[in-house]
Design a protein around this ligand. Structure first.
Ligand code: DLL
Length: 448
């Protein structure tokens, strides 16, 4: 059984393998043994990085003290601030001469957080992306349109090499120039689309504007990730593009895309546990959260050479599921991310994630999946306005119908979040579109 980074699929036979790498279906016991030995090797490597050496010392922990996976809990967490404090490359565990590539976090302001990859890391990364793409229907005979940014952002290059490892053809279109995307989708007829979920909707919209029915394209599957999206958003994408949509998750600090991805059961994203240990903790107490309950995800890398990371606090809120998946993969699955702790809005004392607003909006017929949440505090109390675009056929109707729609949206939001928000209906195309990660919140309280 292979657990390494090379492909084990035999393309010479006609029988279609169930998974890309048999390691995806190893027994839990085998997996735990593998995790422990990889964890110990990772800790030995990390202990050569001054940051971890000091952290381990001040926590009074030696690498030899880690005798079981439970001992992981004795180790300190790593945060984004730790990476920022050791900017640019304080976490590097190999000589600069052995670095094969750099990427960066997607923050648009301030300094990026750089991450480095060895040649071995790049192979592992391609392999992990190949696994989730294969689980979501990608086969060597397919052509894939990649509309993720190629650059410091890990989306474009990460998926690109995964697609090549499956043996499929890749069209590296990159993000932007949406009319050109439509042309390429029409002319090269790819079966698979890869981008952020919000950009998939923008592509569908521009298709229609160009007089092309997005459902008439040759697309069959889509692999979307890079930002939170709700089940309702998935339904919209599937409906508008006539495809089956798959979710995949990752973050640059850990490797990029490839940390987890959905199989065709759509029952959560399989965490690639032979390469990462995942924990779910209460973001306040940092105590473990039971399976099925929501908490902050924490990842430890097990095979990263250039930048091993121990117990990285992602700020992403999700739940873990350990019950077996019908697909046969044995890994833990994570539910879709509901939001980030730093995106959580505290409105009049209540905690609200933008995804709860999205869920409510898309349950009401007539609302388009384009919205912006604006928060002001004119006096003592927060006021929230949700601007939402309305489908064109609805917008041209009578005033009274618009009033009814607004009331329904306000009630849906209130029942989903517990907070009353004012809804402002906007005509089609009045809210800004993005080609990458969408911005759903404008918090004027922070701008004051
Ligand atoms: O967004 C890596 C990636 C690229 C994943 C393409 C999937 C596809 P960063 O730019 O470092 O890396 O941003 C990581 O994006 O902590 C989450 O908050 C969010 N995120 C990524 N994928 C998902 C997803 C890439 N499927 C941050 N659902 C993460 C929800 C996601 N949030």
């Amino acid at each position: 059984m292979s657990t390494g980074s090379s492909s084990t699929v035999d393309h010479a036979t006609d029988a279609e393998p169930e998974w890309w790498d048999p390691a995806e279906a190893m027994s839990r016991q085998q997996l735990r043994q593998l995790q422990l030995s990889r964890l110990r090797a990772t800790l030995a490597k990390a202990a050569e990085v001054p940051f971890y050496r000091e952290r381990f010392q001040s926590a009074g922990i030696a690498v030899e003290d880690v005798q079981s996976l439970d001992d992981l809990r004795k180790l300190p967490f790593t945060t984004k601030d730790d990476l920022r404090n050791d900017y640019p490359l304080g976490f590097l565990a190999i000589p600069r001469s052995e670095v094969a590539r750099y990427h960066g976090s997607s923050g648009t302001t301030g300094r990026p957080t750089f991450v480095a990859y060895s040649r071995g890391d790049l192979k592992t990364w391609a392999h992990l992306c190949a696994r989730f793409l294969y689980a979501g229907g990608l086969r060597p005979e397919h052509t894939v349109h990649v509309a993720f940014g190629y650059g410091l952002f890990t989306g474009g290059f990460g998926l690109h090499y995964g697609i090549e490892e499956v043996g499929s053809a890749v069209i590296p279109v990159a993000a932007g120039n949406t009319k050109r995307q439509v042309l390429i989708l029409q002319d090269l007829q790819p079966e698979v689309l890869v981008c952020t979920p919000s950009y998939a909707l923008s592509i569908a919209e521009v298709c229609r504007e160009e007089g092309v029915d997005p459902r008439s394209l040759n697309l069959r599957y889509g692999h979307f990730g890079g930002e939170p999206w709700t089940v309702q958003m998935r339904e919209q994408i599937e409906e508008q593009l006539g495809i089956e949509a798959f979710n995949n998750y990752g973050l640059s600090e850990i490797i990029g895309p490839g940390v987890s991805g959905e199989c065709s059961e759509h029952e959560g994203m399989h965490v690639q546990e032979d390469h990462f240990i995942v924990e779910c903790v209460d973001p306040d107490t940092l105590e473990p959260i039971e399976d099925g309950s929501y908490g902050e995800l924490v990842f430890t890398t097990l095979t990263k050479e250039a930048m091993p990371i121990i117990r990285y606090r992602t700020r992403d809120i999700a739940a873990l599921e350990t019950c077996p998946c019908a697909c046969g993969r044995t890994s833990v699955r994570m539910h879709r991310v509901v939001g980030r702790t730093d995106d959580m809005l505290i409105i009049r004392g209540a905690n609200v994630y933008p995804s709860q607003v999205e869920e409510a909006l898309l349950q009401v017929e007539g609302a388009a999946p384009h919205y912006l949440i604006e928060i002001h505090r004119p006096g003592a109390l927060d006021e929230v306005t949700v601007k939402v675009e309305v489908l064109p056929q609805v917008f041209s109707d009578r005033m009274r119908d618009l009033q009814v729609l607004r009331d329904s949206l306000e009630s849906a939001i209130e029942s989903n979040t517990g907070v009353r928000m004012r809804v402002e209906l906007a005509p089609e195309h009045t809210l800004e579109r993005t080609t990458g990660k969408s911005k759903r919140v404008l918090d004027h309280r922070k701008l004051q």
